[in-house]
Design a protein around this ligand. Structure first.
Ligand code: IFM
Length: 435
């Protein structure tokens, strides 16, 4: 059980659980188009055991049971994503009525259960047909994404409590186009620089499109880390500066200051799209809230042998999850205070946090300590309004396949049986005040 109580987070704090379409839905039928994760996972070497999302947790069929779990856990909100290729199979053009019908059922199912829908438009399942045209490397993606956002705003907007454009633009751009770990698996600095800008341009374009359709309460979800230098040396300080700029400041500065960190625009000058500066007004469109996904810290050590960015990320000596990610609740506290002091007074939501772990007693402690970190940040003035556990269910953890379990509910992938874990019971106890 948790030591923290719901009262510690304030009277109007929203608790929720989060998932994403490709990681849970399966249901690759009824006109759903192909996504880059279908082809990336079908390519040898990209994903452990070549696992893919074709069945996942079969949420496409089992969603009523999953929404019951959200409600019975005492969560008042559910964060989910819409699959672009389910709604517009080719990414642009013809709309799939069965895709609309699925999200109609899902959203209405939330409302019937008294759960607030927090939608995300893009959680990484880019339609393959758009990848054929260059995907995030093609500036036209801003218009394609705007068209998709308009559809969502028009059809679902009045039933959505909140809508985020993009989940984790760093992953969309850098992890997927420079580090090559996620689809489409590029390892190319020019591809990365273009994606880094286009993902934010598409975000701003989608905000305009959603607003034009009357959708309200709009935001974006950033994955941010507590970046730190490996030592006090001037070299490691520079390494930290690069790491922090790439992971955190590119997105925060772009969205809230309307410019990118000079350190990076200088370093990437020859690779960035021409005239990107003219887009910064769209990139920095006003928002209604900011979502932050927090998992760990980044520890940066100078490494002159590395091309482009002179650092390497190293492992520190904090306790780790079974994926080797350091557990650092104080980092969340510091990060929230930093964002609210240096960037924005908008309401902040922890749209994801959690850990990959089979020993669920560690997960209970993880959540308890991270909720405490949020309360500490609130006490220092950060306007944090909500907290979403990642994830409601064990699910498809991208390049890790099904080997990594982040759920507060266990899923037996043979039978699809859901079994609440101790961490789910801890939330339930706190939220129903039955500890
Ligand atoms: O599973 C992912 C999720 O899709 C995005 N944020 C991080 C999670 C854990 O890696």
């Amino acid at each position: 059980m948790f030591e923290i109580t719901r009262e510690d987070l304030g009277p109007n704090f929203t608790f929720g659980a989060a998932t994403a379409a490709y990681q849970i839905e399966g249901g690759q039928i009824d006109g759903r188009g192909s996504s880059i994760w279908d082809t990336f996972s079908a390519t040898p070497g990209n994903v452990k055991r070549a696992d893919n999302g074709s069945v996942a947790t079969d949420h496409y069929n089992r969603w009523p049971e999953d929404l019951d779990l959200v409600r019975d856990g005492g969560f008042e909100a559910y964060r989910f994503s819409l699959a672009w290729p389910r709604l517009i199979p080719e990414g642009i053009g013809a709309i799939n009525p069965k895709g609309l019908a699925f999200y109609d059922r899902l959203i209405d199912g939330m409302l019937e259960r008294g759960i607030k829908p927090y939608a995300t438009l893009y959680h990484w399942d880019l339609p393959s047909a758009l990848m054929d045209k260059g995907g995030w490397m093609n500036r036209d993606i801003a218009g394609w994404f705007g068209e998709y956002a308009a559809l969502v705003g028009r059809h679902f907007g009045d039933r959505l409590h909140a809508t985020a454009t993009i989940n984790e633009p760093w992953c969309v751009a850098f992890l997927s186009h420079f580090l090559g770990i996620h689809a489409p698996g590029y390892r190319d600095v020019r591809a990365a620089a273009r994606a880094m800008h286009h993902v934010l341009l598409a975000h701003g374009t989608a905000i305009d499109a959603l607003r034009a359709e009357g959708a309200k309460n709009l935001g974006i979800v950033l994955n941010l880390e507590k970046a730190e230098p490996a030592s006090d040396s001037a070299e490691d300080q520079l390494a930290f500066d690069y790491g922090d700029a790439l992971f955190n400041r590119w997105y925060l500065d772009g969205l809230f200051k309307g410019r990118y960190p000079e350190l990076l625009t200088n370093r990437l000058a020859q690779y960035l799209p021409d005239g990107f500066e003219k887009d910064m007004e769209v990139v920095s469109r006003p928002l209604d809230w900011l979502g932050i996904n927090y998992y760990t810290r980044g520890l940066y050590k100078y490494d002159a042998t590395r091309p482009v960015f002179p650092y390497t990320g190293i492992k520190g000596d904090l306790p780790k999850s079974d994926l080797g990610w350091e557990i650092y609740p104080k980092g969340l506290e510091d990060l929230l205070v930093r964002v609210s002091r240096e960037y924005t007074k908008l309401p902040l939501y922890i749209t994801e946090t959690g850990m990959s772990e089979t020993d669920d007693t560690r997960r209970v402690k993880f959540y308890d300590s991270h909720l405490r970190a949020v309360a500490n940040a609130q006490a220092q003035g950060a306007d944090v309004r909500g907290f979403f556990a990642w994830s409601l269910l064990d699910n498809y953890e991208w390049a890790e396949g099904y080997t990594s379990r982040f759920g507060i509910v266990h899923v037996d992938y043979e039978t699809q049986k859901r079994t609440p874990k101790g961490s789910y019971r801890a939330f339930q106890g706190m939220l129903h005040n039955t500890r």
